[in-house]
Design a protein around this ligand. Sequence first.
Ligand SMILES: [Zn+2]
Ligand SMILES: [Zn+2]
Ligand SMILES: [Zn+2]
Ligand SMILES: [Zn+2]
Ligand SMILES: [Zn+2]
Ligand SMILES: [Zn+2]
Ligand SMILES: [Zn+2]
Ligand SMILES: [Zn+2]
Length: 1857
Amino acid sequence: MMAALLIRRDKKSTAAHLKADLNRTDNSSGVRQLQELLDCVLNPEKTAADTEALDWCKCLIAGGEGFEEFCKTFRSYDNATLCGLVWTANFVAYRCRTCGISPCMSLCAECFNNGDHTGHDFNMFRSQAGGACDCGDSNVMRETGFCRRHRLRTGENVPSVPRDLLLMPEMVLPRFIICIIQYLRDGYTEPDTSTERDLQKVLQQLEPQISFLEELTKMGGAMRTVLTKILTNQQTFKDLSMGQEENVYAKKNYENYLSALKNSGLVSVEEKAQTGAAEPTQGAETGALVLQGAAAPASPDESNKEEDQDGEQSIGQRKRVKLSSTTKDPSIMDSLKHKCFLEELLFWTIKYEFPQKMVTFLLNMLPDQDYKITFTKTFVQHYAFIMKTLMKSHESDTMSNRIVHISVQLFSNEDLARHVTEECQLLDIMVTVLLYMMESCLIKSELQDEENSRHVVVNCSEALLKNNTYWPLVSDFINILSHQSVAKKFLEDHSLLMLWMSFVSFFQGMNLNKRELSEHVEFESQTYYAAFAAELEACAQPMWGLLTHCKVKETQEYTKTVVRYCLETLQIWFDAIGFVDELAPNQVTFHLPLHRYYAMFLSKAVKCQGLDLESLLPDQEMLMRIMVHPLQIQASLSEIHSNMWVRNGLQIKGQAMTYVQSHFCNSMIDPDIFLLQVCASRLDPDYFISSVFERFKVVDLLTMASVHQNTVLDGEQERPMLEGALTFLVILSSLRIHLGMSDDEILRAEMVSQLCMNDRTHSSLLDLIPENPNPKSGIVPGSCSFEEMLSAVADFKAPVFELGGSMQQGMYTPKAEVWEKEFDPIMVILRTVYRRDVQSAMDRYSAFLKQSGMHTTGNPWPPYKERTPLHLCYKGLDRLLHCKTLHIVIFTLLYKIWLDHSNMSEHVLCMVLYLIELGLDNQVQEDKEDEEPCIEEHCHDSWFPGTNLLSNLHHVINYVRVRVPETAPEVKREREPPASTSAEASNFGQNSRRLTGNWRENVREAQVFSLVAERRRKFQEIINRSSTEASQVVRPKSSSTRWVPPGTPPQLVTEILEIHESMLSLLIKLHQKLSAKQNSLSATWLEDMDANPNRHVHGDGITAIERILTKAARRSHQSKRSIQEICGKVFPPVAPKKNSPTAKKTMDKEERRQRARERQQKLLAEFASRQKSFMETAMDVESPDAEAAMDLGASEVKESEVLYDCVICGQSGPSTEDRPTGLVVLLQASSVLGHRCKSDEAKKLPTTDEERIYPADTCGAAHDVRLALMQSFFKDSSCLQSVSIGWDGGVYVQTCGHTLHIDCHKSYMESLRNDQVMQGFSVDKGEFTCPLCRQFANSVLPCRPGRSTEVVSWHMPSNKNTSVLVKEVEDLQEQLGLFPTESNLSKEMELVIKDIKNTTQRKYMDYGKNPGSPDNDFLFMYSVARTNLELELVHRGGNLCSGGASGAAKRSCLNQLFHVLAMHMRLYSIDSAYNPWTRLTQVAPSRDDCLDDERPEVPMLFRDCPSLLIIFVLTMPQPLCKEHFICLVKMLYNLQYTQALAALSAKFSPEERQAWSTSGALKKNAFNAEKSYEALLSHVITELSKVKTVYDVNTEEPSMLSTSVWSPQSIEYSLQQFCLPYLRLSCLLQHHLYGDNLSGCPEEEEFSGLAGCLGLLAPAPQPSNPMYSASCLDWTVSAFNLMTQWCSEVTGLSDTHAEKSMTLLVQDLQWASPHLLHLPDNYNTIFQYYHKKACTACKKVPKDPALCLVCGTFVCLKGLCCKQQGICECVWHSQHCGAATGIFLLINASVIIIIRGHRFCLWGSVYLDAHGEEDRDLRRGKPLFLCVERYKVLEQQWVSHTFDHINKRWGPHYNGL
Ligand SMILES: [Zn+2]
Ligand SMILES: [Zn+2]
Ligand SMILES: [Zn+2]
Ligand SMILES: [Zn+2]
Ligand SMILES: [Zn+2]
Ligand SMILES: [Zn+2]
Ligand SMILES: [Zn+2]
Ligand SMILES: [Zn+2]
């Protein structure tokens, strides 16, 4: 066969040959050959893993060319104008709200950076589900935002692809694709078959093929067109999909496909048959939902059975309900039919649950417009099937993301969305599928009538809701509704609306709460999360979507329709739950989406569309029903806060909080309040008010009697419930959010209330302001943007850094005028989740008033705020404030407060006053001054003549009849009640039920009015009735319909109270009471008031009453007269306060608080004084001479002993050998010194591949090199005495200054070990916190028993000759180490030495050639001293110019540390033969024995003088006399100076060297030549020049470097600089050993200052001679001889050694202060480079990349890839870079973590956004900029080693970072 032949031939030539054949006019043979070849190559019976087929295809497509070549050619014809880059999860993309048309738009980083978005509202984000770049698509974004490349539309000028290139792909690809499809068909098995199902395996094998397809899409527009043609061609599909007749395999394969296709319908065949039989009528009649028990039709479908079982397990007894409704459109649910490859490919993509590769391929094709349209249609066609698969999927999360990844790309485009809506019924499909989904988890509603309810709701404990599985569908739905054209279609389609309403009703009343009355719930269900999520996402979001399209008059009809369907559905709901007029008790649901739909469309209609409210409202009866459930929620909120729901657990509080949460409020509480306001404005106000008090269960409380009974509330619940009811009424009558405020006003009010509660960061404020209906991004034209509004109401407080370590963020705080004029306590109450937030707002308010002097005495009351006028439609709301019922309540409460009845609080009075004032400010229009007659006949209230508050205010109530228990104080007043009354009362009481019933029957009025009247009556009967005349009381009529609550105890008696008060008189009396003054208001008071109207805005209750009285007087003459009259009367003294239990209570509380405060203050004071004394002790320790030396004679020895306080036992005493005391210290290893550089400028963090950091120039590296170099030439033991280590990994010792007995410390540690609560430190490692100051510590440094006599002797002035001293020093050094006697103290000293060694790693201690040798130990020990001295220098700023008063010195423990080290060092003695002291002070004959050694000793000129000094001090007997110390310093200075000369001479050019040598030689014989730098310099040059190699080595370099000529001044400067480090260290050492004060000096005089301090220079240096560096020299032998000897040590070395000697001679001893890396200003620079940078160790891009801020190393945080020896890379690096301290920037989070040993903590971020805020995890994605101050603080904490003390939240990292 031909194919068999071809296949054996070379692929390339075959392809070329075939292509040539096909290009002929008669290409039939070519076609045949190709087909045969493909039949053979693309045999689906072969395993897909065989890549031979793929190779063939590539070759054939390329047609003989190389494939890469072919791709390149093809790409040159790319005509795409869209970017279309597809990405998957975790990709970093951008979103620009300014440029986006669709909110879903996104841009790839490249397109974003190449576009102009300056000043736009954009953010960076990490993609959750994946996405694609929209650049170039003008349907999704504005063209101005396109990047340069896609703006130019380069594609239009690209020539089209030549036919020739297209030929092979067009022939080959169809076969390739069908082959893939056949593999997919073959590999698929249904989930329910018993065979093992491994779809992943199939996909894995197919990966190269699908990747190839993806590769093709990247070849640009031309190839995509080819692919589109193939994928959408129906003929090709027909020809190929079934395979040839004779092919058995193909047949079976096709059948496989058909059966899979059959299973794809939403309704299984069986199911369909059943529903068809049971319910023949089809239609969208949602009202007739017929319920079936779950037991009913058992579906034979396997998967269904499974589901049912699941369901039963999860919901327990509650049975799932199945709807037999036939809301499904068969065309949507029916099985699928495919007509092209694309359709079948998508089908399999779904079946295989959206494999990533496939999704990417399908999305990569999207830039092709034809493809996009066809694909969108195909997607819609499969939509129902997709969702069905999703519901069954076990990995619904991944699948959801992938689905949305696709659908967002399709539905964000309005044209496309409209197109598929019109042609493919997208809306019908979506709504139907949503219904289908929710129908799978319905249960019977238990709301109201549990037995007979026909309502069904979703079960919130089902997986579908708990896991939010429905979200992709809902999100698609919201997305398409954002397009106006689509939304219009939806709103015009009534049957769709009906369907939608029935969908919404599934959520109405879900997650019902029943109040537990007896026992606490066993199990707190968390279903409420699911419930709130479902309502907000599935109901509220689509609602807001629809509402945005109902904004103008033209859309009135839409609103009307929605409102109509809402009401209809509500009616159906009321019927279904069996609601008539009474609510079932103790139930509440927070979910009333139908109510809220109705409310929000109503609001929009009135506010934006100019519709008349009346036309949209139902009848009164319906309104009364509508108000019941929202009102119940308000009452329940109050109940929950009053702890009436405690038995339901914490979750009920969670629900209440979520409900009022400002983030959701616009979809929850706000619509409810609005709806109640609408009801209140239309219903009878008396009815409404009484309903409120009844719902809040406080009716019983509203009696004027001193005692009352309450059958529903416990005593302690009454007050909070009353407060709740009153607060609710205030909110209801004052809130204007939907009643007339403009969007700007709303935004402003929201902002102000949030800011008043607390200062807010920009982002938290943005979060707290509800998005709907007011979009925050400010793109709505004409409306005020968030930013503008913010700057109008708030001041920005830049982030400040508190030195305590807590970092603040940029905050916004209300402007002063906002506090003064706009603070609205009511809004704050409405928006607070926690009560403490209200308190916080009030505290801030009073602080403002105090500060501004507006109110300084006592606590101010919440200010009254005038309201925006009501929209005309809602005017009726004001009647609430003008109804008798409310006035009765107000009067009663005022009366009770005046009489100090229990349960009356300040809050109650405040709310009552608020209501009065609201009433005064909001008059009902038709009201007149004149008394209006009582119109309503059946109203038996005789309290007030009319409804106007203004006139009722001054109406005097004379008598009130109350019913009280016989024991009440009223009864004892011996005033006989009229006999008839009580008799009647009992009489009527018995008949009340019957009477009520009769009454209801007899009245012919509509039921509505019966409801109104009955409630009103009930209300007024329960509370009291008043009579204007006493005689009225006996009128039978007045008590004819008395209502007695069932179960009322019979001993109640009716009493008549004599009142004779009006509201005004009560107010005036309260004024007196509050001000505790008799006649607090004079008769002429009102006149004074008029003069100053502004004085009443802010103040307390007195001010509020005055304000109300003034308002009343101003508005009514009668009131004015009344007020004047009352004020003029002389009142009896105010009732004595003692009798009042409330007052007593508050007084007690206040007193208790006061006492507690005093106690606390006393405690604090005690503690402070204790602390102070400790601090003083600590100071004594380190400078014992200060006081002791002053006035202590030598005789008084005993008393001068240093005393220490133990912070554990509190005793004070000396530290003794027996019972030593110790300092609390923290030992830590540090590499801060090692990271110092030469340059004072910090190294720059690399942000491109070109930049790098070279670590070689650091102090640590330089010292390592020097030591290694020495060790290669000289004797090891000598080398180890010639340098210091500890630059890297040195041990730093810190103390808080507190001391304790070491035995006390031991028992303290024991107690910590037994303490179960660990505070982040590990006791086993010796860690603890200082018992006094809580500072972190890990060891105790024993204090040397000290006596001040010794101190004195140290300072004995002496005039000994230097030579004598030199000899004395030598003798002292010869003295054998005196071992201290074994004592507790010496043991402790050894222990702390062990601690010090354990602090750092082995590698930082072993530098010698013989690990563990005493030489090593010796080096390590004196280096500890060096490290601590050097670090102190760093902390002092690198020099000693600032003097000795530095705070760091006070907390220093160097003195104690030195003693411990010295004691330990005495264990070693230096072999006198090698004692450097000899070589330093004597001219010795050259020794011959050194020749015996293999290696010479280190020449003196190479040795480090500070190290030598420390060695000498530590190895000599302690204490060391100061004169000996000075002697050491002087002798070493000679050496140091000579080293300086040698180093200097090396820097000269040969000519200069010659010149200086000659000129200096002349001065050698002059007077004082030994102190002349010229003579000495000349001598050194001469000596060193004796061997040519010394200077020859560097001949080239220095001449190049030294461009300027050396002058005497520059030489002096250079010498001083060289010697300064030595002087600084000596001086510091002297300061610590002898307590000498460091005197400050200007920086340029540091040298002379230090020299003077050390006694090297006469106290007053001669100003004439500034060359004092040489005058500090003090030679005991001939300087020239000594120098000759030192130089000969160098020149005596062999030639090879001499070459290196210059390197060792020319050392630079100056190091700049340590710095962290210099960071770029913009975080994006770091992020863009590092978030995709590969780790150098594992070569992969880390999931969590991190960056060391000390050295710039890039590491894989937490990555297993770079884990070594069980330690992750970050921890590993911290050990090597910082000796267990690491500072890392987490690239993906923008935060810094600190690693300290085995612990770590989150430090915070040094990058802040424009509002001074951190953006942890880059959630907001706003541009971030370096906060220099914060970074300085970080650096400071690093340098000062205070991470442990300042950062509080440490945790163990278990080496896992
Ligand atoms: Zn792009
Ligand atoms: Zn672009
Ligand atoms: Zn933009
Ligand atoms: Zn103690
Ligand atoms: Zn302390
Ligand atoms: Zn590092
Ligand atoms: Zn790594
Ligand atoms: Zn790695």
